[in-house]
Design a protein around this ligand. Structure first.
Ligand SMILES: [Ca+2]
Ligand SMILES: [Ca+2]
Ligand SMILES: [Ca+2]
Length: 704
């Protein structure tokens, strides 16, 4: 909702800005002040302002700037449509006070009309909402229980049945219904999930926001009303009832190939947590069947088991089945020899993927091209190790580094856990796998599976500093840093899956900007995440620096991912700025029932705190979109290592795939002429979704 209204505001600015960029504010007769006298006895909460034609009321951040409201008791509100904009009083005003302020506002030559914005306390709606008060609340419901209410008809849905006893004292009211609250572990408080059941029933089945295996806590309050429905009362909340829902396990995801060549192969699958296990203990059975029906099986409660008695060299179909007391679910059969989990990688060749197969007909990357990944460091992973070259650890604060020292030559990620609620992210391992997981018979494949990763550690337990990040960029591109061996494998691509609004301006001559300027001189391309704050990307560092390519995230439906920062329209530059181009970053909100749940699957580690075992997992974020773009840029350099930063951008931006036609990313695209006379069509999500296949063809065709 937030997103729609913000975009509406942008669209308005856009239209006005194009038509009236150099318009002079027209000053004509005194503006009208309009008051709805029908409600004159009620307090006034704000004004509604209609500006004169030619006035641009809002800037790109959605602020009303046509008026200086600082001397009034008003703060800017929002676009109301049809040329109307609200301004809100800091506190409610009387009609008389409001009229005085409105008269002052109306003196502005920008303003055509001013309306008083009343708060309509009169019953003007069809449905009468009784007021709180007068009626004494009933006693609280008692004996509240929350029980697992799993149903065979919907085996994958976690479900809780709440039941309680009605209040014993109604205190003169009639029982109307119940209010249900649930503990929200993110907000760390109880939030109302059902405001009024409008029923005397003392049991209720709940399914939304429940996770199998995760205890949920509820409170129930009783709502009473007077006989004439004019007043209502809400009792105190009941005591807490806690219940843990269960469900059928999720389908296991095989990590190893279905092409078995050994007589005693180890079959492994992605480790499942409590939610994936449906909140119950799970046993796994593995079966391998050959075309001649010869079969072998093994059983375990872990995440791998060894088959025996197979005929070496024969091709077997391997299926893992997870079973708990709610039922059984089998893995999707794997028949491909290479990268058995690539069926989860919709971002490579799906409808709104990057067209990777077409690119790979040209190259899967050159081993001489290095992508520096400035991140949390790296962990050992069988799908990645062979592609990792020398890196460095630039975290200067030992506490933040958690490896016992400041800068050192070992970029291993020791884990950035905070506590059991915030386990280690292994962010750098995930980002690196997206770029360069090997194309082999295990796991996933990277976008550029033959290029190399140089892990440069800059993000620690508490985050990272601009100075460490800048130093990391400089080292990565081969700049000499005293006291440290110069990078033996300077990077052609630097990936920064980092976005922070703590540095909302990237100043020229700042440490980061100078590092980026240097990288451009060396024909290195810096790729940055746009940030995950669902706001203007120009507020997010380091994407807000200049000379880097900033990546917004799209989901499996080709629309902007709900969290992705977006571009805003700059009137001075007459173009959208902030996001250059988009790449898949995943979006769980549109991913239900789709491959990988619409997330970006890559290499991970299963350690909650310290390093555990190598595994795989799905994530979403512009942190995932950025390395997909970096991988494509690495493929471009693999075809022609001599291409310049400018050529990289010209090709990427002129070869994109379209966003979903129904998306805001697409509908707000705008042609603008740049200073050099060229035209760029761009919008809130940048110029389009990166197309690796088309980009590589264009690199091949370059005339040198
Ligand atoms: Ca260190
Ligand atoms: Ca270290
Ligand atoms: Ca692989």
């Amino acid at each position: 909702m937030n997103r729609v209204s913000k975009y509406t505001a942008i669209a308005v600015v856009l239209l006005l800005a194009i038509s009236y960029l150099s318009a002079v504010i027209i000053s004509s007769g005194r503006a009208q002040v309009l008051s709805e006298s029908k409600y004159s006895a009620e307090p006034v909460v704000g004004l509604v302002i209609k500006y004169r034609d030619g006035v641009v009321p809002m800037d790109i951040f959605g602020n009303q700037t046509a008026l200086d409201l600082s001397t009034t008791k008003l703060v800017p509100g929002s676009d109301l449509g049809l040329g109307m904009y609200s301004a809100k009083f800091v506190s409610r005003q009387t009609e008389e006070e409001a009229l005085q302020i409105a008269t002052q506002i109306a003196k502005s030559p920008s303003v055509e009309k001013v309306f008083l914005d009343h708060f309509l306390t009169k019953a003007s709606f069809a449905q009468v909402t009784p007021k709180l008060g007068v009626l004494k609340a009933s006693s609280a419901p008692t004996k509240v229980t929350a029980q697992d209410d799993w149903l065979p008809a919907t085996p994958d849905t976690p479900r809780i049945e709440l039941s309680w006893k009605a209040p014993t004292k109604l205190n003169g009211g009639l029982l109307w219904g119940y209010r249900i609250s649930k503990y929200d572990s993110l907000l760390e408080k109880y939030v109302v999930i059902v405001s009024n059941t409008k029923s005397k029933a003392t049991r209720l089945a709940l399914t939304s926001t429940l996770i199998a295996g995760e205890a949920a806590s509820f409170k129930v309050a009783a709502i009473t009303k007077t006989a004439n429905s004019k007043y209502m009362a809400i009792s105190k909340d009941s005591t807490v009832a806690k219940g843990t829902p269960t469900a059928r396990p999720h389908a296991p995801v095989l990590q190893s190939s279905g092409n078995i060549t050994s007589a005693t192969p180890i079959v492994s699958w992605v480790s499942q947590g409590s939610a994936e296990k449906g909140g119950l203990s799970v046993s796994y059975s593995v079966s391998a069947m050959a075309a001649d029906k010869s079969e072998a099986t093994c059983f375990t409660s872990g995440f791998s088991c060894t088959l025996s008695g197979l005929d070496a060299g024969k091709r077997y179909q391997v299926v893992v089945t997870a079973t708990n007391s709610r039922g059984s679910v089998s893995s999707v059969p794997v028949t491909e020899t290479l990268d058995p989990m690539s069926n989860l990688q919709w971002y490579l060749d799906g409808d709104y993927g990057i067209n990777a197969s077409k690119a790979w007909k040209i190259t899967k990357g050159s081993p001489s091209i290095v992508v520096a990944v400035l991140d949390t460091g790296i962990t050992a992973h069988p799908d990645l190790d062979a592609n990792v070259v020398t890196g460095y650890d630039f975290i200067s604060d030992p506490t933040n580094a958690r490896d016992g020292n400041g800068r050192d030559a070992n970029p291993t990620d020791p884990g950035d856990y905070v506590n059991s609620k915030t386990p280690s992210s292994w962010h750098g391992t995930h980002v690196s796998g997206i770029i360069a997981a090997e194309s082999n018979d295990i796991g996933i494949t990277g976008v550029a599976p033959n290029v190399k990763i140089s892990p440069v550690r800059v993000l620690g337990v508490n985050g990272g500093s601009e100075s460490d990040i800048s130093a990391g960029i400089n080292w990565a591109i081969g700049v000499k840093i005293s006291g440290i061996a110069t990078n033996p494998n300077p990077a052609k691509v630097v990936n920064l899956s980092i976005g922070s609004t703590y540095i909302s301006t990237c100043y020229s001559n700042s440490a980061t900007q100078l590092a980026i300027d240097e990288s451009k001189k060396r024909n290195v391309t810096l790729v940055t995440a746009a940030g995950n704050d669902n706001q203007f990307a120009t507020n997010s560092y380091p994407g807000n620096c200049f000379g880097n390519i900033t990546i917004g995230a799209t989901g499996i439906t080709g629309d902007r991912s709900y969290y992705s920062n977006y571009g805003g329209y700059s009137r001075t530059q007459a173009i959208y700025i902030g996001v250059d181009i988009a790449a898949p970053g995943g979006d769980d909100r549109v991913g239900a029932g789709k491959p990988a749940g619409g997330l970006i699957w890559s290499t991970l580690n299963d350690g909650k705190t310290k390093v555990g075992r190598a595994t795989y997992g799905g994530e979403e974020g512009t942190s995932m979109a950025s390395p997909i773009a970096a991988g494509v840029v690495a493929l471009m350099y693999s075809v022609r290592p001599s291409i310049t930063y400018n050529q990289v951008w010209e090709i990427l931006s002129s070869t994109t795939r379209s966003f979903n036609p129904a998306s805001d990313c697409e509908s707000q695209l705008l042609d603008t002429e740049l200073n050099d006379g060229s035209t760029l069509t761009t919008g809130p999500c940048g110029v389009g979704i990166i197309d690796a296949g088309a980009a590589l063809l264009a690199v091949q065709k370059l005339n040198k």
